[in-house]
Ligand binder design. Structure first.
Ligand code: FAD
Length: 309
């Protein structure tokens, strides 16, 4: 059995594994895809002390750093079920391939994924105008025209944020009204370079083969299609935590985020969680790394206080 078993190999999982291994305890990492969301992005300019890097390069660096230590890396392994240990017993992770792993403590770091629009052009222009993270990619569109898709809190926050950087923001909402908090809507409507379009269904991302040049949407009242010329599209229709496999075990919010306390502990003793899959606000690499380190130190603290053999 492992002292610490990390589930997930993104920035949070990598940091948790390194912090555990440095304590000289038996550490394993099981990940469906080592590197996580970082593999799906190109320019990264906000991982502090690294001025500029690319997703696949940072993912390789994370894995190389973990490999410097005595850590069992089990890549391409998807966890299917958690069976919490009772009364200080070992926790078990059942894998989709039928295998099973046991550990005294667990760190759940299975991340999240952005909900996509599922319209033509979205995949083709992902990272070439189609973006999901305003904190990450906003500055790349300085002085340009962008659309934000989604009028919930995250969409309206994104539009307010981007309005300070880009030339023009068009916020597109499917419903007949925005769903964001009133205070955010008030702020949004006070901005001179934001236009709000409601009852609109985005139907296509348009590009020139290299990058985004516009989008089309259907007016749901008139059924007419309209085209907008722009350089960027920020999709803000939800972030889905990869926690379906945990239902009925650790406590989750209604949105599926694992509830953690300030030390990264879940509702079950000895089971910790870190990164985008948790309730910790702001889903960012630098935050996931810090949370992974914190959960790992908490797991170590739990181990030295518990009597499991
Ligand atoms: P993830 O990176 O999501 O990693 C989760 C890990 O868990 C993966 O290894 C995955 O395969 C594994 N996993 C999932 N389910 C299971 C399972 N059931 N069993 C086993 N393993 C499982 N952040 C920034 O700070 N700067 C940026 O510039 C930036 N750009 C981004 C661009 C894009 C396109 C995207 C999608 C995200 C971007 N982010 C950026 C956000 C950043 O990537 C995330 O905040 C960060 O990767 C979260 O790390 P994590 O370890 O919590 O989760």
């Amino acid at each position: 059995a492992y002292d610490v078993l990390v589930v997930g190999g993104g920035p949070a999982g990598a940091a948790a594994a390194i912090y555990a291994a440095r304590k000289g305890i038996r550490t394993g990492v099981a990940a469906e895809r080592f590197g996580g969301q970082v593999l799906d992005t190109m320019a990264i300019e906000n991982f502090i002390s690294v001025n500029e890097t690319e997703g696949p390069k940072l993912a390789r660096a994370l894995e190389n750093h973990v490999r410097e230590y005595d850590v069992d890396i089990m890549n391409l392994q998807r966890a299917a079920q958690l069976i919490p240990g009772s009364e200080g017993g070992l926790h078990e992770i059942k894998l989709e391939n039928g295998g099973s792993l046991k550990a005294k403590t667990l760190i759940l770091a299975t991340g999240a994924r952005w909900r996509e629009m599922n319209v033509p052009g979205e995949q083709e222009y992902r990272g070439r105008g189609v973006a999901y993270c305003p904190h990450c990619d906003g500055p790349l569109f300085k002085g340009k025209r962008v659309a934000v898709i989604g009028g919930g809190n995250s969409g309206v926050e994104a539009a307010i944020d981007l309005a300070g950087i880009v030339a023009q923001v068009t916020l597109i909402e499917f419903d007949s009204q925005l769903r964001a908090d009133a205070v955010l809507q008030k702020k949004l409507h006070s901005l001179p370079n934001v236009t709000v379009v409601t009852s609109a269904l985005t139907s296509e991302v348009i590009g020139d083969g290299k990058k985004v040049t516009g989008l089309t949407y259907k007016d749901r009242n008139s059924s007419e299609f309209h085209e907008l010329e722009l350089e960027g599209i920020f999709v803000q229709i939800g972030l889905l935590p990869n926690s379906d496999w945990l239902k009925g075990t650790v406590e989750l919010t209604s949105r599926g985020e694992i509830i953690v306390d300030a030390r990264g502990e879940t509702s079950l003793p000895g089971i910790f969680a870190a990164g985008d899959v948790t309730t910790v606000p702001y889903k960012q690499i630098v935050i996931a790394v810090g949370e992974g380190a914190k959960a790992s130190l908490s797991a170590f603290d739990h181990l030295i206080r518990s009597s499991v053999e």
